[in-house]
Design a protein around this ligand. Structure first.
Ligand code: HEM
Length: 502
């Protein structure tokens, strides 16, 4: 199934030719050729084969990193006939994501791949459509709602109930994925699918299955890129229809609810009650648009962007905590200052060591570890060209720039000679700026960063308040599982000892 690592095969089969106008533009802007421009095998198929094998063996990210080790922070590689620029140089990434934001876009293949489930929502659009989405969604991330930790308590409590108290093995990754689906559906739709307790309705549990099938299909479509028209998996298309139908049901309900409130307001001159409901993201969006398709698109985009990412951050953090007793003990010491009391938002964000732990997980295991942007006009990156790499690099219209956040986060030049070591204490002095991008940067920076960090911090603290020891029940080192995001291939198999048992 793993046809191609994330985004890489979104490559039309043609050879890029800069042309006279391109050469003139490059010359005018002082661009110099990259020191390394590689094309292993016929049309670069050799490199493709190496990457495909690495992806099948769950070591795609290290494979890309090894190319950077061999050819430097910025190099060009021709794969399937197309010249791609690979860069992990922070200044170049800043240029793509921020300084020359308007010169780059997601590219057609990503949009086409995601279209069936996500429509024209924020995660799958560019230009004015994206701007409209962002403007629609941002005001609904009202700070005091995101900081309302009560939203998480019920779901975390259910997760804790499902952790065996007799020291037997549990895969926390499964539980975290269920928990974040439950909290996200409650926050976005107004009703949780309650997957963790099996207490959800039949339609909720089939939504959970359909959403997973649909997401897997989107990841595969993203990988096969130009071969997408041949993708005919009936299960995927059925799951997409069902998942959209489920989300749409909430949209229709909310629209009808608002209409009835409007009528009541007209008749009885009572104040509008919409704002008085418990906070639901969908109801906030409804204040700005009542377009059903648009609302369904955006709900599903938010769910996709927000659910797996937070679950993976927690899963990988606990994967590490089970293997790093010193980190676990230091974190517990910080958490113990709270006793058994639920932490407030302010308390969570004042917990320095917890912040360092999450930062360090996101550094070594960024959940979106690899990304791509396509130039929509002739442009250039500030560095990487010439024999010393200090000159600008020409990027032709239509050319893709691939950036591995995973590799950048492990650069010894920035993070030191122990860059590969998990050491939260490094964050005491570290200020990496654009060299640290777990949430992206520039105008498309993650909208849900605070939401994610609050949920992950809250869940971590509550678990550490209930359990005083953790052991790994997995002999394997970390292996990546890459779909649209990164998770742990072997899950998070651990055993925990409850505080009351000691
Ligand atoms: C640890 C958790 C998370 C990580 C590491 C993360 C990371 C990212 C990254 C790297 C992007 C940029 C993707 C790209 O442009 O290709 C992104 C975008 C986005 N994220 Fe997150 N995210 C997380 C959680 C969340 C949550 C909880 C939500 C919603 C509640 C969310 C909503 C979004 C949205 C809507 C976008 C698209 C923004 C745009 O294109 O303008 N994310 N996120």
């Amino acid at each position: 199934m793993n046809l191609m690592p994330l985004y890489l095969s979104q490559i039309p089969f043609y050879v890029l030719l800069a042309g006279a106008a391109g050469r003139k533009y490059a010359h005018k802007n002082g661009c110099r050729p990259l020191l390394h421009s590689i094309s292993p095998g016929f049309l670069g198929l050799g490199m493709l084969k190496v990457m495909l094998t690495a992806a099948r063996e769950n070591r795609f990210l290290e494979c890309v990193r090894s190319y950077h080790r061999a050819y430097g922070q910025t190099f060009e590689a021709t794969i399937t006939g197309r010249a791609l620029i690979f860069t992990v140089e922070p200044r170049n990434i800043q240029t793509v994501l921020a300084d020359k934001f308007k010169d780059f876009e997601l590219g057609d293949y990503r949009k086409k791949a995601l279209l069936p489930l996500l429509g024209h929502g924020i995660f799958a659009s560019d230009g004015e459509t994206w701007q409209r989405s962002r403007a629609l969604l941002l005001p609904s991330f009202v700070p005091n709602q995101i900081t309302n930790v009560d939203l998480y308590e019920r779901h975390v409590a259910k997760l804790i109930e499902h952790i065996p108290s007799d020291g037997s093995m549990v895969d926390l990754q499964d539980l975290f994925f269920q928990m974040t689906l439950d909290s996200a559906t409650e926050f976005f739709f107004g009703e949780s699918v309650s997957s963790i307790t099996d207490a959800g309705s039949t339609s909720a549990s089939s939504f959970t299955d359909n959403f997973k099938i649909a997401q897997d299909g989107l990841a595969l479509r993203s990988r096969i890129g130009p071969l997408m028209p041949f993708y005919r998996d009936k299960r995927f298309f059925k799951a997409v229809v069902e998942a959209r139908r489920y989300a749409n049901m909430f949209v229709t309900k909310a629209i009808n609810h608002r209409a009835s409130l409007d009528r009541a307001e007209d008749n009885q001159k009572k104040p509008h009650k919409l704002a008085e409901k418990p906070y639901v993201f969908l109801y906030e969006l409804l204040k700005q648009t009542s377009n059903e398709t648009e609302l369904t698109d955006q709900l599903l985009n938010m769910l996709l962007a927000g659910r797996d990412t937070t679950a993976s951050l927690l899963s990988i953090t606990f994967f590490i905590l089970a293997r790093e007793p010193d980190v676990w003990n230091r974190l517990r010491a910080e958490v113990q200052k709270l006793g058994r009391r639920k932490p407030s938002y302010e308390e969570l964000h004042s917990m320095t060591y917890l912040t360092w732990v999450l930062n360090e997980t996101l550094r070594l295991y960024p959940i979106v570890p690899f990304n791509v942007r396509m130039a929509n006009k002739d442009t250039f990156l500030p560095v990487g060209g010439g024999p010393d790499g200090k000159y600008p690099v020409y990027v032709a219209k239509g050319q893709e720039v691939i950036y591995s956040v995973y590799t950048m986060h492990r650069l010894p030049e920035i993070f030191g000679s122990d860059a590969d070591v998990y050491r939260p204490e490094r964050w005491e002095t570290l200020k990496p700026g654009w060299a640290y991008l777990p949430f992206n940067g520039g105008p498309r920076i993650c909208i849900g960063q605070q939401f994610a960090l609050t949920e992950a911090s809250y869940a971590t603290v509550r678990i550490l308040q209930h359990f005083n020891a953790i052991e790994s029940r997995d002999l394997m080192p970390f292996q990546e599982r890459l779909t649209l995001t990164m998770a742990s291939y072997n899950g998070t198999k651990v055993a925990l000892t409850p505080v009351d048992a000691t």
